[in-house]
Design a protein around this ligand. Structure first.
Ligand code: UDX
Length: 458
């Protein structure tokens, strides 16, 4: 979607420079935000790493500049995502500063109103300060998980961190309904680096001129209220972004359209859609439990097995011979799916997800109940909110066993318990629609954001 089919307000003579974090779950919302702000009259310049770049030819209405982050082949891997992101925060400093200062001195273009940086690129705090350019951040995750990130130093003081194996099931009494195992440092090989990165991100956010969220007031009211109270900067929940602009054009992998033709042949609400996002990985034992749990559930399933999902395997080799054939068309496996369209398809009855924020929000917006299997950082908190606060999904907790998978799928797809969950998520879906209608909370917040940007001194 180029944005050309949307009513575009008059050009306002201001340019915005956007810096996405080059990972799928971050590029999608930043490109969507770029489209949203373009319809509000801003010219858009995107500074991107050469690593994981979206295709600029899909966005003729934006200007792209590429910076050479110079990652080696080993470094340019998502196998250790925290190491990659920490390294990008170092390697991007000089090339980004050079690129931005050239843009600032170019008088032939509209004047730059501000930088909009992914919140995880905390290095941009110092760069924008040095160049005297106002900086707004986009936090692509949820507000509830971010609220937990801001509490990390306090939780350390209270003795929750470093986490102890024996306490993982305990409640974090100061942050209900969170359990210790939901904290973002859990499941990491280097919890201290996660802690440092998240504290730098929240500090960099506090130091900004405002923060944009891909969420909506009615979903995360209490977290947003707490953040407004704790941060002395404006907070703009203007999501869900993908309901204004689909994310298919910024997909870094080719989306297999056979997913849709396969779903077309299925009964309404009968299919489990399974995807663990763009980064999470499983070992072979876990992968086989997932496969057998799905097969034994007797329900049809569409499964995204991204190359790289199974550690040490190219793609589907760990599956037993004849696994798919024995399911007689009840299963379809693809490398990458057009996820938004899949979730909107009437045949999809449940989404087994890792609870990356985009997937969580996309599922809510389509009213698809979730089976939650969070893997790292914000995903555990997202899953806890899905299962215990919004009560629109069930968690697969304490190990991945085929019997538990089979029973969870059937509880959600077939049992009454699942029906109640479906009703609740359909009501959230309605709220997600309403907030984007005229006078809705996200529309109002977007107007405030535009006024805030226009009030910044170029
Ligand atoms: C990463 C982090 O892992 C997560 O914790 C954070 O909240 C966001 O960034 P990721 O694994 O990329 O998440 O998942 P998610 O946030 O759900 O984003 C994935 C995006 O890829 C979604 O927009 C989804 O629609 C898209 N997708 C996913 C596809 O287009 N096809 C697929 O087959 C799977």
């Amino acid at each position: 979607n180029s944005g050309t089919d949307i009513q575009i307000d008059q050009r306002n003579g201001r340019r915005l420079v956007l810096l996405p974090l080059p990972l799928q779950g971050h590029v999608n919302p930043m490109i969507q935000l770029a489209n949203i702000l373009h319809t509000k009259g801003f010219s858009i310049t995107i500074i991107h790493t050469t690593f994981n770049s979206p295709d600029p030819s899909k966005y003729p209405h934006f200007t792209f500049h590429f910076i050479q982050e110079e990652l080696t082949e080993t470094e340019a891997s998502t196998a250790d995502i925290i190491a990659l992101v920490s390294l990008l925060n170092i390697k991007c400093v000089a090339p980004f500063r050079d690129c931005l200062s050239k843009l600032l001195s170019d008088v032939s273009e509209d004047p730059i109103a501000c930088l909009i940086s992914d919140a995880i690129f905390h290095f941009t705090t110092a760069v924008s300060k040095g160049l005297k350019l106002p900086r707004i951040v986009l936090r692509t995750g949820g507000a509830s998980s971010f609220r937990i990130f801001t509490a990390l130093p306090f939780l350390k003081e209270k003795g929750y961190l470093p986490t102890q194996e024996s306490q993982l099931e305990n409640q974090v009494v100061e942050l209900p309904p969170l359990k210790v195992k939901d904290l973002p440092v859990v499941n990491s090989r280097d919890p201290e680096s996660v802690y440092d990165l998240l504290v730098s991100m929240t500090d960099g956010t506090k130091a900004s001129s405002g923060v944009i969220w891909n969420t909506f007031e009615e979903l995360e009211q209490s977290a947003l209220a707490a953040l407004r109270h704790d941060f002395s900067i404006p907070v703009f929940p203007i999501g869900p972004f993908h309901n204004r602009f689909p994310s298919s054009s910024s997909s870094l992998l080719t989306q297999d359209q056979s997913s849709i033709s396969w779903l077309d042949k299925r009964a309404p609400k009968s299919v489990v859609y399974v995807s663990f996002g763009s980064v999470a990985a499983l070992n072979v034992t876990q992968f086989l439990e997932v496969a057998w749990g799905l097969a034994n559930s007797k329900q049809p399933f569409l499964w995204v097995v991204r190359p790289g999902l199974v550690r040490g395997a190219e793609w589907l080799e760990p599956l037993p011979n004849g696994f798919l054939e024995d399911l007689n068309g009840r299963a379809h496996i693809v490398k990458w799916a057009p996820q938004s369209e899949v979730l909107a398809h009437p045949a999809v009855g449940a989404f087994w997800t890792h609870n990356g924020w985009n997937s969580t929000l996309e599922s809510i917006c389509e009213g698809v109940p979730m089976i939650c299997m969070p893997c790292f950082t914000d995903q555990m908190a997202n899953a806890r909110y899905v299962s215990d606060v919004w009560r629109v999904g069930m968690q697969l907790e304490n190990g991945l066993e085929r019997e538990k998978i089979e029973s969870t799928i059937n509880r959600l797809l077939v049992d009454e318990e699942g029906e109640a969950i479906r009703k609740r998520i359909l009501s959230l879906k309605e709220k997600a629609k309403l907030c984007l209608s005229q006078g809705g909370s996200s529309c109002q917040s977007l107007d405030s954001l535009v006024s805030q940007i226009l009030s910044l001194e170029p």
